[in-house]
Design a protein around this ligand. Sequence first.
Ligand SMILES: [Zn+2]
Ligand SMILES: [Zn+2]
Length: 166
Amino acid sequence: MLVNLKDVFAGGAPVDIDYTLDLSQLEVPGGTFPFAEAVRVLGRIENHAGVVTLEAEAQTMLHVICDRCLSPFKRNLHIPFQNILTDQQLDKENDHILVCMGQVLDMDLLVTTNLVLALPMKELCRPDCKGICPRCGKDLNSGPCNCKPEGHPAFLKLKELLEDEQ
Ligand SMILES: [Zn+2]
Ligand SMILES: [Zn+2]
């Protein structure tokens, strides 16, 4: 959505933003589509004595894959963000000041950037996810597998270390 800022830059009434954004086709590194569900965008643009501010939030149900056990799961993502908007070219870059050339704000682009930046490097289905056995591939959250402990890479590593010490 493109938001026309002419009135608000001129000191006019605030602009309310309330819409849903479809990012279901947005593929992120790793080849997944985390924004399978609609993103709700709410916000307000106001002119406070000549300073134009944007306060907004984006909310969606994220579809992700656990980094340890590879199970797909969903979680809530809610990110608030704030910016100062200007229609003037800046001398220096500033993360909080958004230059809106032509007095138009590309809200979709801003929301998409903020959402992608909010994605963590790793997703865990739960903090204590046990992951899958590296030997047999069993999901260890549903119980232990039958692999012998000495076959586990961590134990092999430990054995190597102990042998090095002798
Ligand atoms: Zn997991
Ligand atoms: Zn196993």
